[in-house]
Design a binder for this molecule. Structure first.
Ligand code: 13P
Length: 253
């Protein structure tokens, strides 16, 4: 049985104090209100990881993620943060290949493969992001494009390694735009990606891989998205910054 997961991606938001306040609210509301077995991940800026991990570690369903990691393990790389540094904060996950990093930092599928390897070696769970631009969607090549992102960054893994990876499908045209992919568009892509994973890793492995949807997911549309057979949860941007909205999304399964 694959896991249900809701991950928040705070992006470049929240000072340390604001982040701690938000995380505390989420911990309290999770403890009071969330009865379902859902893994919840808080994707915070690097500076929050250690203190948010301390707040969340009393709840076994709550986890903390970095939003990126270096392609290097250590050395003269000013400003970079390595997987072992992330691990040492108590964080257990790392978001890899978000479209904003692909676009603004020119991250390539090959570099992302390196990051996935380093994350797995460090015992972190990669949340590997993929997704197409509006141009690619309109050209009709979206499934081939996203499949290629998976094959170039993940298909060198063993089945055992792949069992530790979470995938997040985030169509770029739906991120922060208020335009959500319809549940049918999202389901079609998730189904296609699962079938594609099966060609490489086998059906059992594909069936056990959690594939999250991201892009303008909010309390009003989460239930319809999460009810789709191949959608196992969400990667949430804007709505993860408000504890009430985030908790309502978690309660949408
Ligand atoms: P929004 O939920 O703000 O559209 O962002 C989605 C996202 O990019 C999560 O990683």
């Amino acid at each position: 049985m694959r896991k249900k997961i809701v991950a928040g991606n705070w992006k470049l938001n929240n000072t340390l104090d604001q982040g701690l306040k938000l995380a505390s609210e989420i911990v309290n509301m999770m403890n009071d209100e969330v009865k379902e077995d859902v893994s919840v991940v808080l994707g915070t800026p690097f500076i929050h990881l250690s203190s948010v991990s301390k707040i969340t570690n009393g709840n076994a369903n709550l986890h903390v993620a970095a939003q990126d990691c270096s392609t290097h393990s250590s050395g003269a790389y000013t400003g970079e943060v390595s997987v072992s540094m992330i691990n040492s904060t108590g964080a257990s996950h790392v978001i890899i290949g978000h479209s904003e990093r692909r676009e603004y930092h020119n991250e390539t599928n090959e570099e992302l493969a390196t990051k996935v390897n380093l994350a797995l070696e460090a015992g972190l769970t990669p949340i590997f992001c993929c997704g197409e631009s509006l141009n690619i969607r309109e050209s009709g090549n979206h499934e081939a494009f996203v499949s290629n992102q998976l094959s170039e960054s993940l298909f060198h893994l063993t089945e055992e390694q792949m069992s530790k990876v979470v995938i997040a499908y985030e169509p770029i045209w739906a991120i922060g735009t208020g335009v959500t992919a319809s549940s049918e568009q999202a389901q079609d892509m998730h189904k296609a990606l699962r079938a594609y994973l099966a060609t490489k890793f086998g059906q059992a492995s594909a069936d056990n891989t959690s594939i999250l949807y991201g892009g303008s997911c909010k309390p009003s549309n989460a239930n319809e998205l999460f009810s789709q057979p191949d959608i196992d949860g969400g990667l949430i941007g804007g709505a993860s910054l408000k504890s009430r909205d985030f908790i309502d999304i978690i309660k949408s399964f």
